[in-house]
Design a protein around this ligand. Sequence first.
Ligand SMILES: *Cc1c(COP(=O)(O)O)cnc(C)c1O
Length: 391
Amino acid sequence: MSADKATQLIHHPYRAPGGFDAVVPGVHKASTVIFENTAALATRQWKDKSGYTYGLHGTPTTFTLEERLATLEGGLQTLLAPSGLSALALVNMGLLRAGDEVLLPDNAYGPGKDLARGELAHWGITHRFYDPLDAASLQAVLSERSRLLWLEAAGSVTLEFPDLSGLMQVARQQPGLVVAMDNTWGAGLAFDVFKLGVDVSVHALTKYPSGGGDVLMGSVVTRDDALHQRLKLTHMRLGLGVGANDAEAILRGLPSMALRYHAHDAATRQVAQWLTQRAELAQVLHPALPGSPGHAHWAEHCTAAGGLVSMVFDASRYPTARVHAMVDALKLFKIGYSWGGPMSLVMPYALKGMRQFGALAGREGTVVRLAIGLESPDDLMNDLNQAFNHL
Ligand SMILES: *Cc1c(COP(=O)(O)O)cnc(C)c1O
């Protein structure tokens, strides 16, 4: 060993003994990965998990997370992205070329729609919206330019559950059309995304897998190696990667995820049922409630129903300011985006212009989305009860 402290601090001969094992996988941090020799450099490759080449191409921590997520969703391969939205972007950018068209449900995650209207449009990629409850409306927008179809179950904010069987039947008439599902709500637990015949499952790990409201991450799971390799090339060229501590946080969340999901589900059904008794509401949106849009499709595919429920207030009875006063009066429900963590959250949205299809199209009023956390459901209903007095 060199006598120089600077060198000693970098090239120290000690190696911890192998055989260390623990409940949570280790946090391996790396940009540089050291090759044993030039032969190892020449033969190692980044396309599978046969070895390590560079931090962006994977570490033991990210490989472990990828494998567990593939299993969770019933897929075979996983790519990790720094947010759910960047995972959506990766699929769009990996699969679409100028002149192609992408098809989105009317109730798609809002920032995903903005990506289609913004960057994708600037790059010569067009988009069309379809009614997720009506397979014929997908049929009507399908063309030879359609390359990618997005599904989302349940839809964002308004929680319509799509006619997955009907939509898949239409999609399969067009060979070469890739079908991608935003599977954040189902999280691999409410229904089996790949049994439906979907090709790509995107999951905002920010939500249930994290479970803490403290990590941003997304995943892209596939079952077809060629499709995975196509997306992996884009992933590599875009330089997408995740931090080791964030990957570890998700690994820590996964073992309790099914338990948490079912707790969110049970509490949300209780709150949703209670909300149906409130005369103030024009509608309660929750896929497990009979009468909620797409309930029959939900019942066909799911037993679980996640942790979201939305309340519709008619503009004629409750102007925006009064609904906002009710939201402001909530004490346990905090005003904030996202969901899947321990704390219940609330978010109001203006109905106007929100939907082109279905019963909410052309309506005015406010949709208030509740993300039910892990607090006592009685406390949450008491909180809602007192807040209704402020309407
Ligand atoms: C939150 C969410 C995303 C985006 O995830 P981020 O990690 O916040 O970027 C995408 N799709 C759905 C359905 C979501 O709820």
